[in-house]
Design a protein around this ligand. Structure first.
Ligand code: NAI
Ligand code: HPV
Length: 388
């Protein structure tokens, strides 16, 4: 029986992928094998020693101490692209809300009173205060052309906007999917210089913290819009607020409001709603439940943010040993020597690496004794080991 602890609400469609005969899934579990979560902040959490995998039913992993997990040999899985369409749609909504002054206009309409004739008169005289602009007259800058950014860029083009994109590490897959009409900027500064609206779709990292700065906002034409559905911290909120006050910026669309931002009439705040659609929640939960299950049952790795991809079909009737270790020379040599000493024949072996971590799957003909496990764990550099 595998035990999974959930730290957030995970869509039932995903949890159904974990059959109840072999999985116990609950928010309170003693000695869980794996953790599934969404935005729960794990940084201050005491991680049970029993945990061998973390599944983030979403894209961003800044709420998870990934480096700490790597040091323990614990893979962290996420669900790349599974909620990208949901976020893209909310970005489009935000761009339109800003362009057509929808929030103040809606508040004005909702606040009207009187009989129908009076309301009609107030509507016709009041609407001049909410005159907006159309999207094709504007250029959108998209910073980060991953699963979300590329969809935002393509959608904006199809709405008639000009689009400038920037992502020096764009993946081959994203490059294939990006509309050729998206102009490629040579620097982030160029995006701000050229664009009336800028939408950020990068992870929160040291390198992206404060990326939307006072200097860069100043490079934008007057009346600009910033959209941040990525993470709080990527924009310098104080700089944004002062640019809203001077009228240099027209609106700030944010999915991570703070007390300061909430009070400002030109801030369009959402309650971290980007991925909150039934479809996205299901997609993320299914993807991550499948990945965690495959890891628990077979030790295979798909869509981990800290481990290499590793797939080896299971053959024969023996045991599978999986080992995460420091990516240094002679690890496989030491492992095979111990297996040979234990008279265990290696039926199949896969060794993959990513950065500082190497991961080895070994199918052996026969049982693995406790002594062999102790010897393997004793190799300097071994971070974690499982016999499945
Ligand atoms: N509001 C919400 O509910 C959601 C927010 N997000 C946020 O959006 C972020 C992006 O999500 P995805 O597009 O799915 O991730 P992704 O990993 O597919 O794309 C991120 C892209 O950013 C690029 N990038 C990284 N640093 C950069 C930099 N300094 N300048 C330009 N490009 C840079 C990468 O090369 C990559 O192509 C997530 O990390 C998360 O923080 C994601 C999903 C939902
Ligand atoms: O996938 C992401 O990065 C998100 O921000 C979505 O967060 P959530 O799963 O809705 O708590």
């Amino acid at each position: 029986m595998f035990k999974i602890q959930t730290l957030n609400n995970i869509s039932g469609k995903g949890l159904q992928r974990l059959p109840s005969e072999s999985y116990e899934v609950a928010s309170e579990v003693d000695k869980p094998d794996a953790i599934m979560l969404r935005s729960f902040k794990m940084h201050d959490m005491e991680l049970p020693e029993s945990v061998v995998a973390i599944g983030r039913a979403g894209a961003g992993v800044n709420n998870i101490p990934v480096d700490k997990m790597s040091a323990k040999g614990v893979p962290v899985f996420n669900a790349p692209g599974a909620n990208a369409n949901a976020v893209k749609e909310l970005v489009v909504a935000g761009l339109l809300m800003a362009a057509r002054n929808i929030t103040p206009a809606q508040q004005f309409a909702a606040g009207l009173s009187g009989n129908d004739d009076e309301i009609s008169k107030a509507v016709e005289s009041g609407k001049k205060n909410f005159v907006g602009y159309e999207l094709p007259s504007k250029t959108l800058g998209v910073i980060g052309l991953g699963a979300i950014g590329l969809r935002v860029a393509n959608a904006a083009l199809s709405l008639g906007m000009k689009v400038v994109g920037f992502d020096p590490q764009i993946s081959v897959q994203s490059a294939w999917q990006l509309d050729s009409g998206v102009e490629k900027a040579v620097s982030i500064d160029q995006v701000f210089t050229k664009c009336d609206a800028v939408s950020v779709h990068v992870p929160l990292l040291d390198a992206t913290r404060g990326l939307v700065s006072a200097q860069r906002i100043a490079m934008m034409p007057k009346g600009g819009v910033i959209v941040n559905l990525a993470r709080g911290g990527i924009c310098d909120d104080d700089a944004v607020l002062s640019a809203l006050d001077t009228g240099h910026l027209h609106a700030y669309v944010i999915d991570f409001p703070t007390s300061k931002l909430l009070k400002h009439p030109k801030v369009i705040s959402f309650p971290h709603l980007g991925a909150s659609t039934e479809e996205a929640e299901e997609n993320c939960a299914i993807m991550v439940a499948d990945q965690v299950r495959e890891y628990l049952e077979d030790g295979t790795i798909k869509n981990s943010v800290n481990f290499p991809e590793a797939f080896m079909p299971r053959g024969g009737g023996g045991k599978r040993i999986t080992i995460a270790n420091a990516n240094v020379p002679n690890m496989v040599g030491q492992i095979s020597t111990i297996l040979a000493t234990a008279n265990l024949n290696i039926a199949d072996l896969l060794n993959k690496s990513r950065g500082d971590i190497a991961y080895t799957i070994i199918d052996v003909d026969g049982e693995v004794s406790d002594d062999t496990v102790v010897s393997l764990k004793g190799i300097e550099g071994v971070l974690s080991l499982r016999v499945i």
